[in-house]
Design a protein around this ligand. Structure first.
Ligand SMILES: NC(=O)c1ccc[n+]([C@@H]2O[C@H](COP(=O)([O-])OP(=O)(O)OC[C@H]3O[C@@H](n4cnc5c(N)ncnc54)[C@H](OP(=O)(O)O)[C@@H]3O)[C@@H](O)[C@H]2O)c1
Length: 280
């Protein structure tokens, strides 16, 4: 019995691989190139090429659990459904989907995949993380290094930024739990910060003034599109970030305990541990 990690070279996928490796649990990684960091086993897999969907099961016929990260496309469920159906025929019993805090069952993108998993009656856990602390060393890295600022359309909304390490731990726990989780927990960090407060943290940690630039919706959409994201997907990302300004993430943070997983690492912990990244 083993685990398939789609998006296994990514931020949460690779950390999940490390956790499974440390726990001596068998797993296989997918990547579009077919390569993965040593010593992990990997297969070529592309959501946009269904001819690759059999590859994981040819490489490891014992796969019975899948960590799902969908591709950033407008109609995600159409790409993913045939793979889920195939996986079920190959003996997969449990799917752990990386979704997002604001996507309810039936919403666009991962919301529709969430709905499909529930409808077909497999074991599932839909992880709904808020914004990643790791965005500060990915999305914001260039603007912090070169222009001393971070940016958002979230106004003064506060976010319990969560580290991808804590999300990987939540995925590990859901994949290996003895009992089917069949849940949809919010996955959150332990402390709320607005972007203004995050900029103050960075100022303190880096020893130079870091600003918070309030972007317009159009500027932010254009930014996401400049990464090659489809228009509809870029719009979805902007609309979710706008809701932060209305208090969406603070409300999730304050929700009853059984509906959320609170990670260990705060944004402050994450930034302190990543300090080097901002100066190189
Ligand atoms: N960043 C946030 O604040 C945030 C918050 C909530 C939810 N999320 C969600 O978290 C998910 C992961 O985002 P991330 O930025 O951390 O990405 P990531 O997991 O670091 O990278 C994406 C992964 O997907 C793989 N991939 C991309 N296109 C693919 C395709 N066509 N077929 C197969 N694999 C493909 C890539 O692998 P290869 O390149 O090796 O193929 C890579 O491993 C996304 O669904 C995002 O919406 C993000």
């Amino acid at each position: 019995m083993s685990t398939l990690i789609t998006g296994g070279t990514g931020q949460t996928g690779l950390k999940l691989a490390h956790l499974l490796h440390e726990a001596n649990q068998p797993f296989l990684i997918t990547s579009r190139s077919g390569a993965a960091p040593k010593p992990y086993k990997s297969v070529r897999f592309d959501w946009l090429d269904s001819a690759t969907f059999e590859n994981p099961f040819l490489a490891d016929p014992t796969i019975n659990r899948v960590y799902l990260i969908g591709p950033p496309v407008d109609d995600m469920v159409t790409q993913i459904k045939p793979f889920i159906d195939l996986a079920v025929t190959k003996g997969v019993k449990r799917f752990v989907l990386l979704s997002a805090s604001q996507l309810d069952k039936g919403d666009p993108a991962m919301g529709k995949v969430h709905e499909y998993l529930v409808d077909i009656g497999v074991e599932y856990s839909i992880l709904r993380p808020t914004w990643f602390a790791d965005n500060f060393t990915r999305i914001f890295i260039t603007s912090i290094r070169n222009e001393d600022h971070i940016f958002s359309v979230a106004k003064d909304g506060r976010i319990p930024f969560v580290s991808t390490q804590d999300i990987a731990q939540a995925a590990f726990d859901a994949l290996l739990a003895e009992k089917a989780p069949n849940n949809e927990p919010y996955v959150l960090g332990p402390v709320l910060y607005s972007y203004e407060e995050a900029a103050e943290l960075l100022t303190e940690i880096l020893g130079r003034k870091i600003f918070y630039k309030r972007r317009t919706e159009a500027e932010h959409r254009q930014f996401f599109e400049s990464f090659g994201l489809p228009k509809g997907y870029a719009e979805l990302l902007v609309s979710m970030e706008l809701k932060v300004g209305d208090g969406s993430e603070e409300a999730f943070f304050n929700i009853e305990a059984r509906k959320k997983i609170i990670g260990k690492e705060s944004l402050r912990d994450y930034l302190l541990a990543s300090k080097e990244a901002f100066s190189s």
